[in-house]
Design a protein around this ligand. Structure first.
Ligand code: GLN
Length: 306
């Protein structure tokens, strides 16, 4: 069934601009993220047929933050294959994205690759195999979205680095259990840099397209095998929205990954990839307007992955 996506996006944008997300707040624990205007909103949808629909500030770069964890996971998977799953588990955490509690209880093995502990371990695995780990995620994203100019935002990177005590604590805790292979400072630098990549919602919808397209990217090239693509989607569905993942599966029902820059990517395999961006976050660190927009999209088209 074909939908009038342009009209759907317009309705969503109108509704978002009329909604008062009074309780939502921008991430300020990374001070550079707090300077983005509150009311920015963008949504870009890329259909399996290659059509692209955009609304709002679709060409304004934002800080991708934890959305980067999906792409870092693909790089680690390519380099390590199933060995990767000895280093990181695949269970939802039910805890905040930067929690240390389970890490201590589970002897330094992170619950999943999308909480900070898991992503730091994934950055460690990348550092063991890629020549330039500080740039590999940014370069990969550049290839996927067709813009080789994709870069780390240095102001955001410095801000993350200066306020990175908690992530360093996570990395040192893993190191103390013998579960980190490279020096902590090398690993957290690479992790902060991947989080500090700046991209537009349009670029993000393009980069995420392979997840909706059996592992084949916008240029027709295979990024990963179809069965690996399904696994990444399964992890996004179960772990992509942190401790809000259950609510999100209930109300929206698609694989998705958020970041504290206010971006969310999502897919319905075989149909579309979508990126939505609005900087103010709910208490779990997910974009409040972004979740509402995805909920409206799913309601308008009358289907989720369920
Ligand atoms: N760079 C952020 C951090 O490490 C990423 C967190 C996020 O987007 N949820 O805290």
């Amino acid at each position: 069934m074909t939908h009038n996506y342009a009209a759907i996006l317009q309705d969503i944008s109108d509704a978002i601009h009329q909604t008062d997300f009074a309780d939502a707040r921008k991430a300020d624990y990374i001070p550079a993220l707090a300077s983005v205007p509150d009311d920015h909103f963008a949504m870009v949808l890329r259909t399996a047929g290659g059509n692209e629909l955009a609304i709002g500030q679709a060409d304004l770069p934002f800080s991708i933050q934890s959305i980067s964890k999906v792409f870092a996971l693909v790089l680690a998977q390519r380099a390590h294959g199933d060995e990767l799953w000895k280093a990181v588990r695949r269970e939802p955490s039910g805890s905040a994205f930067n929690s240390l509690i389970q890490l201590e209880q589970e002897h330094g093995i992170p619950r999943n690759p999308f909480i900070n502990a898991g992503a730091i371990r994934v950055a460690d695995l990348i550092a063991s195999r890629y020549a330039n780990p500080d740039r590999s995620v940014a370069e990969f994203l550049g290839q996927l979205c067709g813009n080789p100019g994709i870069r780390v935002d240095n102001d955001v990177y410095l801000s993350e680095d200066q306020h990175g005590d908690r992530n360093r604590a996570i990395a040192y805790l893993m190191k103390s259990f013998g579960k980190l292979d490279n020096p902590v400072e090398d690993v957290v630098r690479a992790y902060f840099k991947q989080c500090s990549v700046a991209m537009t919602a349009r670029e993000m919808a393009r980069a995420a397209f392979f997840l909706a397209n059996k592992g084949v990217g916008i240029d027709g090239r295979t990024v990963i095998a179809p069965e690996e693509t399904s696994r990444i989607n399964a992890l996004m569905l179960t772990c992509g929205m942190y401790d809000g993942v259950g609510d999100f599966a209930f109300t929206v029902g698609i694989p998705a990954k958020s970041g504290v820059g206010g971006g969310i990517i999502g897919v319905i395999p075989g149909e579309f990839s979508v990126c939505v961006w609005s900087p103010r976050l709910d208490t779990r660190g997910n974009s409040a307007a972004g979740i509402k927009a995805l909920e409206m999209l799913i309601r308008a088209i009358g289907r989720s992955v369920f």
